[in-house]
Design a protein around this ligand. Structure first.
Ligand code: SAM
Length: 229
């Protein structure tokens, strides 16, 4: 049987600032940039980055739900995902995370930091958004970061959906869209990556893959960069 992370729906699992920093080469993003975290879920990136002086807005469809509902769902999703990880742990590099236990602790810290911040700032910084549509203004942000939403779920979200999300991000972003990872749940490069690069709708933009200093899924160490300037 083929090995893959078998998740019925898109899970509520969150990553931290230190992971985003490496996944998206944040070292070359200035603190003056207006950053949008796309499908940010229970990641602590927004909370941590704002503390460090970055201008970040988080956007996800879950932000209309109560803290209690979000907490229940992400606690359950973390348990289920970590149990499934046991069977497929050889698809991952255990360097940044030493073990499944270490990974689970890290993910728990991420959602706890998110929940704490969401309770204080839910209106201003956490914007309920159901992509591909958003209510942000044209070029409201300079940089959009998309972590573990597009490409990863290419079995559940079709090419048309990917294209419409990117079109919306092109509308609301003035400089760059960065997407990580470009592998799917089978840990294979998504076929949608080349399809998007070759899609005539985006031919006026520079689109390229860039190697980054983060590899948890083996071979998953590239982000897609779309320059919309
Ligand atoms: C695996 S989580 C990734 C969270 C975060 N980006 C990270 O890497 O830590 C995927 C997120 O996508 C969100 N999501 C799924 N479909 C969405 C949609 N159509 N619009 C907005 N968010 C969506 C889910 O609610 C979930 O929070």
């Amino acid at each position: 049987m083929e090995k893959k992370l078998d998740l019925k729906n898109i899970v509520l699992i969150g990553r931290t600032f230190s992971e985003y920093y490496r996944m998206f080469d944040i070292h070359n993003i200035s603190k003056n940039e207006r950053i949008l975290d796309v499908a940010s879920g229970v990641s602590s990136f927004c909370a941590e980055a704002r503390t460090l002086g970055y201008d970040v807005t988080a956007s996800d469809r879950i932000y209309s739900f109560s803290v209690k509902d979000i907490e229940e769902k992400c606690t359950k999703d973390l348990e289920i995902t970590m149990t499934k990880m046991e069977e497929i742990k050889d698809l991952y590099k255990w360097k940044y995370f030493k073990s499944i236990k270490h990974l689970k602790e890290h993910r728990k810290k991420a959602y706890e930091a998110f929940i704490w911040d969401f309770k204080q700032n839910s209106k201003a910084e956490y914007v309920t958004t159901e992509y591909p549509k958003s209510y942000f203004k044209d070029k409201q942000f300079n940089i959009a970061l998309v972590s573990h939403f597009l490409f990863m779920y290419d079995e559940h979200l079709d090419y048309e959906f990917h294209k419409r999300v990117i079109e919306e991000l092109v509308r609301i972003t003035s400089k760059e869209i960065r997407v990580f990872p470009i592998v799917n749940l089978k840990c294979e490069k998504s076929l949608f990556v080349d399809k998007l690069i070759e899609d005539g709708c985006f031919s006026k933009y520079e689109i390229k893959t860039v190697k980054v200093n983060y590899e948890f899924v083996k071979g998953g160490n590239e982000m897609l960069v779309i320059r919309v300037q």
